[in-house]
Design a protein around this ligand. Sequence first.
Ligand SMILES: NC(=O)c1ccc[n+]([C@@H]2O[C@H](COP(=O)([O-])OP(=O)(O)OC[C@H]3O[C@@H](n4cnc5c(N)ncnc54)[C@H](O)[C@@H]3O)[C@@H](O)[C@H]2O)c1
Length: 437
Amino acid sequence: MNIDIFGLGYVGSILIACLSNENKVFGIDVDEAKVEQINKSEPPINEPNLEELLNKNKQNIKARTSFSQNYHRSNIGFICVGTPFKEGLGLDFQYIYRVVDSICIKLSQEKNLDTPYLIVIRSTANSKLISELTEYIEDRYGLIKSKGIILALFPEFLREGSAINDFFDENSISIFSCTNDFKYVEEILGKIFPWNIPKYVECDACSQIKLLSNSWHALKVAFTNETSQILKKAGIDSREAFKIFRTDKKLNISDAYLRPGFSYGGSCLTKDLSGLIALGKENGLKTPLLEGIQKSNDLYIERVSYDLEELNPDNIIFFGITFKANTDDLRASPYLLLAKSLKTKNIVIVDDIISKKIKNNSLSRGNQILLGNLRDCVIASKNLDKKRIINSKNNILVVSHYIYFKFIEKQGLNNQSIINLTHMKCSGNFPKSISYV
Ligand SMILES: NC(=O)c1ccc[n+]([C@@H]2O[C@H](COP(=O)([O-])OP(=O)(O)OC[C@H]3O[C@@H](n4cnc5c(N)ncnc54)[C@H](O)[C@@H]3O)[C@@H](O)[C@H]2O)c1
């Protein structure tokens, strides 16, 4: 395939080298020095194996400073120009617009546009740019409706220093978005990246997943370093400690705890986090990240509490009050903290485990103290007064444990207003459910 690549910096020079294995690639950059380097198979950036690849594929690579000097006709161009972030203004897309103008001008001069030209934006961008650019191309050049141009977003997730390895990694994130013609885009991108076929995702998600990924990486680095400083001050070998930490592939290095839901609870997370913060303090260290974790967790409970009060419901019915399903543990339960924070007196708590324990007189003293006055609100699901709920106008059902969804549906309460705090996505059977995540 013939491919154009606009911008030959960190992103573009990797793309030109890697795609030239199987394609004829034409690079365009306004920087003459970079163009000259690419034409001499000299990498414009420092990246392992880049020089070898440029050399190996030199027959397939050409670069120029202008698109009008293109040496082949291609039907696809990857835009890899800079999009600097300006404080208060957001991303600056002026270079992308310049490239798009050069493409449109060239295409407008062609009489027979039998195949569309696919513009793939590899630079950091967002869905707003895609819709504005679509409008711009149509208004100015009339090339969208006529299918002269198709526009797609295809973010890149490579790491500098291992970019070429990452490029051919079949497990890295490979997603694209476009406003229409997604089958066509999927087919073309699938031919170019057969080892990791790009999957279509909705436009906003497509641009934000990269921000999410990079924020997560930043959090991991800051967490590792903040906690390692605490360990070091306490005389512990942090490198050895993290070596052991990384061996836990079930909870530490895994997808555990990465499903959007509600605040964490339980005694272990809360207590051990406080313990590590205290160790840092004892050793004169500031621990803004660790302290921020608990603050963030509490803030989420406060937010939901505020919203529940604002809705001024006649009844608030909790489904699950322990810190997670299938336990009788109420310690640091975010659902209990939420229930306790409410001013309203009309609270019902459906929790089969706690209600059974109350009935059997086997609820631990600690849990009794934590429950306090709310003890009288706890009932078993079988005792829920379904009619009372259906007859009152303004109920809110707070679902803490996903296991109660089936029960709610069976009781015909699925049309009630539901606040879903679980990890599960509510189906269409719960038309008035809302979720914060
Ligand atoms: N560097 C990374 O690791 C990385 C990773 C993912 C995404 N990105 C994104 O990719 C984009 C490019 O990043 P980069 O690090 O490669 O930037 P860069 O500054 O290294 O390269 C951009 C290149 O575009 C060229 N350019 C500018 N205007 C042009 C025009 N009108 N026509 C042709 N070329 C033009 C510049 O001369 C420069 O060589 C940015 O949006 C960046 O956020 C970068």
